[in-house]
Ligand binder design. Sequence first.
Ligand code: UDP
Length: 330
Amino acid sequence: MRTVITGGAGFIGSHLTEYLLNAGDTVTVLDDLSTGSLENLRDVRDNPAFTFHEGSILDRDAVRAVISGSDRVFHLAAAVGVHLIVDHPLESLRTNIHGTEVVLDACRDAGVDLLLASTSEIYGKNTADRLSEDSDRILGSPLKSRWTYAAAKGIDEAFAHAYWCEYGLQVSIVRLFNTVGPRQTGRYGMVVPNLVGQALRGEPLTVYGDGRQTRCFSYVGDVIPAMVRIAEEPATRGLAVNLGGLQEISILDLAERAIKLLGSSSVVSLVPYEEAYGAGYEDMRRRVPDNSLAGRLVRFKPTTTVDTIILKVAKSMLSTASGEVPAGAS
Ligand code: UDP
C-alpha cells in the first residue's frame, strides 16, 4: 500500500507512520510542522519506504501532488488542543474545515480511499452514560471559541459523509476519545502529558475546575491498529466509529494516581477554569464512549489501563534526548 498520512509528524500521526511502515507500507507524510515535529519521526527518517513533505493541507497543489498516485489517505492533520483553539479560533476553523475539504477533493479526484480522524468533542456537552455514534450533539454557543473545534469537526464529518453519498468516496471516520501516549505534548493543554510532566518535575499538578470532570483515556497503541482495521473494513464506509478507552476516571483521580505511581513529592493544585482558559470556559463534564460498534466491526478491545498509560508516558518523557522533562502549558 502507498499510504499518505496528513499530520504524520504529530503525536498520533507519527505512531501511525511507524505502524504502517512496519506493516510494509510505503508512507508519505504531509505536515506543516505547526504543532508536529520531525523529532517525532526520528526513528523512521532513514527508512527508504518513508518520505516527508513539509506543507499545509490548505495548499491545494501540495495536497494533490502528494495524494495522486497513492492508494489511501489517513487525514489526521488538524489544529487541536484546547489552548490552541481558544487562542486561535480562526486557525482552528480554517485548517479543520477548509483543509479537510481540500483533502476530500484530492481523494475524490485521485480515486483514493480516506480515513478521517474526528473526535469525541463533537458530542459536546452530552454526558450520557455511553456515547454511541448516533448520540445527540449538545454544542455550546458558536460565539465561544472553545466550541470551534467541535463545530469544525462536525462539519468535516458531514462533508465526508456527503462525499460518500454524492461521489462514492470510500471514506470512514473515527471519533477518537482522548487518545494519549508517548510523544503527546502538553504545550496545547493535553492533561496527561501536563500532569505527568509536572509530577516528574516536582511541580504542583494543575487540576482545572473541581477536578471531578471525567474522561476515558485511550492508549495510542490500542487505537492505531483499530484505526487501520477500520480503514481496511468496507463495512465502515460512510460511518463514524468511536474509539475510546476502557476506564472512566476523574481528572483529580488521574492527578493523584500520577503522584503516587511516580513517587512524586508534588501536590494537587485546583485552578479555576477562568484562570486556565479565560472567562466563560465550558468544559465537558463527562465523556464516556460506547465502543461496541468498533468491537463488532473490527474487534476493537482496548486493554491499556490508566496506570500503565501514566507509566509509559513518564518513561518516554524521561528518555527524551535532552534528558529534560518537557514543560507543559502550565
Ligand atoms: N485539564 C486539567 N489540567 C491540565 C490540563 C487539562 O485539569 O493541566 C483538564 C481539562 O480541563 C479537561 C480534562 O483535563 O477537563 C481533559 O483535558 P484535555 O485538554 O486533555 O482534553 P479535552 O478537554 O479535549 O478532553
